[in-house]
Write a protein of this length. Structure first.
Ligand code: 3HC
Length: 302
């Protein structure tokens, strides 16, 4: 029995999942869940977003198949078809979330919007349904507070590109039950990921280290102590990082980087690691959001 008095069930198996948000992360989560055998519904506000999500998934699966089924294109096509068959799309979030084992959101990083979504869903979803957020920087407990199922609410944080990145952070907020945490951990492993256990602290483990590092690279450049290109080459060849910090910031999205650092600097204004960057603010204000908008620290061909 949890603090709220509701009986907590034992660890269960997740087979039916609703993913809310058809962006890069949501599409990736839908893909890896379906590839692991789950029945997946991907939800977003309109059909054109969902069509794009399906295209992203298809493109990613084609890249996977090119390597995995190099000798047998027919088996590759069957593999893709099988996975795509397990993914359906829906623009009606309420209908899609009624009777599933897990609802995971990967929508805009806005606390109010996430709270509103889960508040609505809490009223219609089965009491057995676990809720999870893929937030990169917001406190899980603050989102969960909008519901009456704090014990059945946890963080499941994936990394971009989801199909390739091997890690998932499983976040246990103060009221997350052990059964929920164990169920989410088991699900992460079923998706073929390595899981790490996180407390509900800013940035969990990866982003708490990664985002200050990215910001420090921007500050180094702002001070004129190195070119973007040299800093990127330095970290790739000197530290064996797959991407340099400017390439990675563009890949993650400069709006996302800004959102995270602004939120943390509000929490801890005196922490020099969380200091916002004038250059990053400028780029975001100009709509230069990184790869997705065609320009960030670098320019990209559409
Ligand atoms: N789906 C399937 N396959 C993909 C893919 C995708 N989305 N993206 C790349 N691949 C495949 C390619 O087809 C290629 O396959 P091949 O070896 O058969 O040719 C292989 O992966 C390598 O891709 P590329 O040659 O295009 O490029 P790289 O070798 O540079 O690899 C990368 C790309 C895996 C993205 C690598 O650069 C990398 O690991 N970068 C760092 C990513 C990272 O740090 N992510 C975490 C960001 S933080 C985050 O997400 C948290 C959030 O909260 C902010």
């Amino acid at each position: 029995v949890c603090r709220c008095g509701i009986a907590t069930s034992a660890m269960k198996q997740i087979n039916k999942v609703t993913v809310i948000g058809g962006g890069q992360m949501g599409a990736g989560i839908a893909q890896v869940a379906a590839a692991a055998g789950d029945q997946v519904t991907l939800v977003d506000v309109n059909d054109s977003v969902l069509q794009n999500s399906e295209k992203t998934i298809l493109k990613s699966l084609e890249r996977v198949v090119k390597k995995k089924y190099a000798e047998s294109p027919e088996a590759g096509s069957a593999y893709i078809e099988d996975i795509m068959d397990r993914i359906s799309t829906n623009t009606d979030v309420m209908a899609a979330s009624k009777d599933v084992d897990l609802v995971i959101e990967a929508i805009v990083e806005n606390l109010g919007v996430k709270q509103e979504l889960f508040k609505k869903l809490d009223g219609i979803a089965s009491s057995n349904t676990i809720f999870a957020s893929n937030t990169s920087s917001l406190p899980i407990r603050e989102i969960a507070k909008a519901t009456n199922r704090l014990d059945r609410f946890g963080g499941v944080h994936f990394f971009n590109p989801v199909p390739l990145m091997k890690l998932v952070e499983i976040v246990k907020a103060p009221e997350t039950s052990q059964a929920t945490f164990d169920t989410l951990t088991k699900w992460g492993k079923k998706l073929g990921k390595t899981t790490v256990s996180c407390q509900d602290t800013p940035g969990f483990l990866v982003n708490r280290l990664l985002v200050p590092y990215l910001m420090e690279a921007v500050r180094l450049y702002e001070r004129g102590h190195g070119s973007k290109e040299d800093i990127d080459v330095a970290m790739k060849l000197g530290a064996s990082y797959p991407m340099g910090p400017f390439e990675l910031a563009d890949y993650v999205g400069l709006d996302t980087c800004k959102f995270i650092i602004d939120g943390w600097s509000e929490l801890e204004p005196d922490n020099p690691l969380f200091k916002p960057s004038p250059l990053l603010n400028e780029l975001v204000a100009e709509g230069k959001l990184g790869r997705k908008s065609g320009e960030g620290f670098y320019t990209y061909k559409k």
